[in-house]
Design a protein around this ligand. Structure first.
Ligand SMILES: Cc1ncc(COP(=O)(O)O)c(C=O)c1O
Length: 375
């Protein structure tokens, strides 16, 4: 059997990784400023994470949600404390899209409305409802045509006010910082007013923190820069440091109805163990403060480089916009300087390194990056 050929791939095969470093089959070492798409939070193969998962696998790896699993309660309690949302409830699933799918459904169950609103350049996943609120027709299959979604201009509060005035929109979904849209940071005043308008119109506010959350921005959630409390928050990526796990954080105003949501794999023993190990390491090693400090240093140094048109982001979610296409620079960075980076569109680098990035590694990146952009 062949693989279904849907990915453009680099001809590199990582076979080992440690911290912020990746090693390929030939033994070459790479600096990881991509994190496998913002997934690696505490660093590759962290010893505590490896030990916790190995030990758990020797006990029990999986059972379904038909039985008690105290690892879920332990994780929920730790997540509540770490995130500042101890009064919210947690529903665990397996991927980012699935978390958003459940968030959109929960909002619709809650207020009985059918329509959703999202923002230009948004990305929320590829399952039926999640892809409908994603601003890219390339990903939409005809089967999903029935659901009504209105796309609004990002950071435009008057457009939001107009769209929600009829009180027929079930939920508004927005990323804490737009990732695939090019690291676009919503203005704090915009998020504050959006939150107020949602409350006034009975619209559920869903914050997609799948890419921007879990300490990456230098706060647990990027929306915490605006001081708002959304009705629903979705998490994935950094939550499991590579183990597939995601979650929906749900405000106390939502009533749980047994059987309304469900999953076979969600919240299994290994997923909870991975998620607990990640939070323990984040706590012990102060990784959120580290992301703020090392990310702040990177952002201020990158802003000194005149070749870059704009530097955007917070902490270790950083976008570098150039006036020209970056493909050649990105390839040279990877193949000559051995640095993995992300990109979005033709002109924007996306830097999403593990949150354990050291100042020395940040300096090393700046040296290699400067060599490439000066050439
Ligand atoms: C903001 C955001 N939401 C949702 C998703 C979808 O996550 P997944 O690929 O795990 O379904 C992504 C993935 O890149 C994302 O960046």
């Amino acid at each position: 059997m062949k693989l279904f050929d849907v990915y453009a791939r680099w001809q590199i095969e990582p076979v080992k990784a440690q911290g912020c470093r990746i090693y390929d089959r030939k033994g070459d070492e790479y600096l990881d400023f991509y994190g496998g798409h913002a997934v690696i939070s505490i660093g590759h193969s962290h010893p505590h994470y490896v030990e916790a998962l190995t030990n758990q696998l020797h006990k029990i790896g999986f059972y379904s949600n038909a039985v008690l699993n105290s690892l879920q309660d332990e994780y929920a309690q730790k997540l509540g404390e770490a995130s500042g949302y101890a009064d919210y409830a947690l529903f665990m699933v397996n991927s980012g899209a699935e978390a958003n799918e459940n968030a959109l459904k929960l909002a619709s169950f809650h207020n009985g409305r059918k329509k959703a609103a999202a923002f230009g350049s948004a990305f929320h996943g590829r399952t039926a409802a999640a892809v409908k609120v994603t601003d890219n027709p390339k990903y939409q299959a005809p089967i999903g045509e029935g659901m009504e979604v209105v796309f609004l201009p990002f950071n435009d509060i008057e457009a939001v006010r107009k769209a929600l005035a009829a009180e027929d929109v079930s939920s508004v979904i927005i990323e804490g910082i737009q990732g695939i849209g090019g690291i676009q940071v919503p203005k704090p005043e915009f998020l504050q007013q959006l939150s107020e308008i949602c409350a006034e119109t009975g619209t559920v506010l869903i914050l997609d923190e799948i890419q921007s959350g879990y300490g990456r921005s230098g706060k647990f959630f990027a929306h915490q820069y605006a001081g708002i409390r959304p009705d629903i928050i979705t998490i994935a990526k950094g939550m499991g440091n590579g183990f597939p796990v995601s979650g929906v954080l749900i405000s106390p105003k939502f009533k749980a109805v047994q059987g309304q949501l469900g999953t076979t794999f969600g919240g299994n023993h290994l997923a909870c163990t991975a998620a607990i190990a990640v939070l323990d390491v984040m706590n012990r090693e102060n990784l959120i403060e580290n992301a703020a400090q090392v990310g702040g240093f990177l952002i201020s140094e990158l802003r000194k480089l005149p070749q870059i048109k704009e530097v955007r982001g917070h902490g270790l979610i950083i976008g570098l916009e150039f006036s020209e296409p970056i493909k050649a620079m990105r390839d040279r960075l990877l193949f000559e300087q051995k640095v993995f980076t992300g990109a979005t569109g033709a002109n924007v680098f996306r830097l999403l390194p593990p949150l354990c990035l050291t100042m020395a590694e940040a300096e090393e990146f700046l040296r290699r990056f400067t060599l490439v952009i000066n050439d």
